[in-house]
Design a protein around this ligand. Structure first.
Ligand code: RIB
Ligand code: NA
Length: 309
């Protein structure tokens, strides 16, 4: 059994409050709505790829608790293979406390819990599957060394790697760049990693070139309503890929929808130009910002126009 997309990464239960604005330090404000959803960057990306039709497997760790049991059901409901989903009694399932304001912006605190206990042992168990997968995706909500090992394991087996350095850390191990076929981050992550401002398309081109020099195959910097910039080592091109305007309800997890879609296109259309994949992934992510929540807003293949496939 060979998977199109494998994700080694995080699962979080999202505890979401919708409020008119984000509270200041020491302040209590009234929100209008609360809901619990399935989140975590790793799982979000995996679920989006699965909903577009990719054969997926998740390598992750949840707690032996209600949230963890529930999460495993969620994977099964979405057709994600769960043999590499571990459960531990040593930590709780990860949680993300999220506040979303009326502009659709958010602030998030994650308590990674069981995610941090995903390690070498689980990775070894998944090795045969990883070595036969088409695409491997990693982020930074688990122990960074586990992500790096996973990326290397994939590369050694000629499996395409997509790395999303989120949430970003300023002193990211330089090995991550060399282990990434596609290095994909948003503007604030690009800022933190390069130390320069990434506030417009021009600056994104600059930052992309800078990140590319660190050794990755290609760089994508996502820019929300401005689409993204794609920088490729091959031919040294830098392209602004625009997206269509849409009404924004909740942008939480839009980047994960983009990456999940990118992983799907990479697996299913390996010869498609990266700019075209990014353009289509923009359109998938644009659907996600028009509804509340992360996974609850991710489209299925049947919801999308046929020209995206
Ligand atoms: O990228 C969005 C995700 O970040 C949310 O689902 C939340 O769980 C946090 O990890
Ligand atoms: Na959304």
């Amino acid at each position: 059994e060979a998977f199109d997309v494998m994700v080694v990464g995080s699962c979080m239960t999202d505890l979401v409050s919708q409020a008119p604005r984000l509270p200041k330090a020491g302040e209590t404000i009234h929100g209008q709505k609360f809901f619990i959803g399935f989140g975590g960057k790793g799982a979000n990306q995996c679920i989006q790829a699965a909903r577009l039709g990719a054969k997926t497997a998740m390598v992750c760790k949840v707690g032996e608790d209600f949230f963890g049991d529930n999460y495993i059901h969620n994977f099964k409901d979405n057709g994600v293979h769960t043999d590499f989903v571990g459960q531990t009694s040593d930590a709780a399932t990860g949680t993300a406390s999220i506040v979303v304001n009326d502009a659709g912006e958010n602030a998030i605190v994650i308590v990674a819990g069981a995610n941090m206990l995903l390690g070498v042992e689980e990775l070894q168990g998944a090795r045969p599957a990883v070595s036969r997968a088409k695409v491997l995706v990693c982020q930074l909500e688990i122990c960074p060394q586990t992500s790096l090992r996973a990326l290397r394991m994939a590369q050694e087996n000629k499996v395409k790697t997509i790395f999303n350095p989120a949430p970003a850390i300023a002193d990211l191990d330089a090995e991550f760049y060399r282990a990434s076929d596609v290095f994909c981050c948003n503007e604030s992550e690009a800022e933190l990693l390069t130390g320069s401002s990434v506030a417009n398309v021009e600056e994104a081109h600059q930052a992309g070139q800078q990140l590319l020099k660190r050794g990755c195959g290609s760089v994508i910097i996502t820019l929300g309503p401005q689409g993204c910039v794609v920088v490729k080592a091959q031919g040294l091109t830098s392209t602004h890929v625009q997206t269509t305007a849409c009404a924004t309800v909740d942008t939480t997890g839009a980047g994960d929808s983009f990456i999940g879609a990118l992983a799907f296109y990479t697996a299913h259309y390996p010869t498609m130009p990266l700019e075209e994949m990014a353009s289509r992934a923009n359109r998938v992510a644009a659907v996600s910002v028009q509804a509340v929540g992360t996974q609850s807003s991710y489209p299925f293949r049947r919801d999308l126009p046929a020209e995206l496939f």
